[in-house]
Ligand binder design. Structure first.
Ligand code: ADP
Length: 303
């Protein structure tokens, strides 16, 4: 028996279908994607809860119903009276997707505004999963509250896992982003960055530099994803690499990193050694990018 909490923002997704006037409605978001793949990868002896805030309107109800329908626990989804969820719209042009967001006032920005609720959500959990996007959407005071709650959780023996998921557009400026990302990493035992983001915004020359930088901030273990290139990791005993088999067919890379993280964690939680867990993460991500959309249940190979 174990319990995982994923903390962050899930949004409504409207996407063009190719038929004028017809849209698809779905739900996605980085931490939710990982929660989805964890839920589908792990057996019933694991509980996967999502921690966020939504409104009390019909659209928020739809999201909660969606989470419940996927088997994801919603006991720690806070309901706010005067808010609703964030939304994004995917325009399809010549097979290319572009995104328009309405999330400036989304309920999820309040997900850490009640420290007691946060403490209850983390109480008794084994693993807390969060990201740089979770941190980005919060006001400063709530960033501190979440970091403090996770620090206490780690102090009680919980494992905190952080994907920096650098999104400069969600931050006031890149320096602010860099500062908070390092504070987030400092309370996390395992960091799961992607090298293309890290090289762009931290100027890392190679993935080993990314590993060393996050270790210097306090993350004991670091696993750096790098698209079709090798994964570079440190789990306490030096820096190693793990080769990735390039996918035969890449249809849509949405949620590659999120699904990798879930595949990795699900394997590790079931006792796999680090290289087997990386292989599981890479296998899942490789299947997810072979299909359209963020949430591809068929990509999961059940235990
Ligand atoms: P992100 O989605 O966070 O940018 P990456 O692009 O680094 O993450 O990819 C995450 C993981 O997805 C990689 O470590 C790898 O396992 C898998 N992956 C991504 N692109 C490919 C590809 N072209 N072929 C095979 N695996 C891939």
């Amino acid at each position: 028996m174990g319990r995982i909490v994923a903390i962050g923002e899930c949004m409504g997704e409207l996407s063009e279908t190719g038929t004028p006037g017809m849209l698809n409605m779905g739900f996605a978001g980085d931490t939710l994607n990982t929660a989805f793949y964890l839920r589908h990868s792990l057996g019933p002896d694991w509980q996967v809860d999502y921690v966020t805030a939504v409104g009390s309107d019909g659209l928020s109800d739809r999201m909660v119903d969606f989470l419940t329908g996927q088997g994801i626990g919603t006991d720690h989804v806070r309901r706010l009276a005067d808010k609703t969820i964030g939304l994004y719209y995917i325009t399809l042009k010549d097979g290319e997707r572009s995104f328009t967001y309405w999330r400036n006032d989304s309920a999820a920005k309040k997900l850490a505004s009640d420290p007691a609720a946060l403490a209850r959500a983390l109480d008794g959990a084994d693993l807390a999963y969060w990201s740089g996007i979770t941190l980005a959407i919060l006001p400063n005071q709530d960033r501190l509250a979440l970091i403090e709650a996770l620090s206490q959780f780690a102090g009680r023996g919980g494992t905190v896992v952080f994907d920096p998921n650098l999104r400069p557009r969600l931050w006031d400026n890149p320096d602010t982003m860099r500062g908070w990302i390092h504070r987030g990493a400092a309370v996390s035992q395992l960091c799961l960055p992607s090298f293309d983001d890290e090289s762009a915004w931290f100027g890392d020359a190679d993935p080993a530099s990314t590993v060393r930088r996050y270790q210097a901030e306090g993350a004991a273990r670091v696993i750096v994803k790098n698209g079709a290139d090798s994964v570079t990791y440190a789990d306490g005993s030096g820096i190693s690499t793990f080769p990735i088999k390039p996918a035969d067919q890449v249809v849509d890379t949405t949620a590659a990193g999120d699904s990798f993280n879930a595949g990795y964690l699900a394997a590790e939680l079931q006792g796999a050694p680090v290289r087997d867990a990386i292989a599981a993460g890479a296998g899942l991500a490789g299947r997810v990018i072979g299909a359209r959309g963020a949430l591809v249940a068929e990509a999961v190979k059940r235990p």
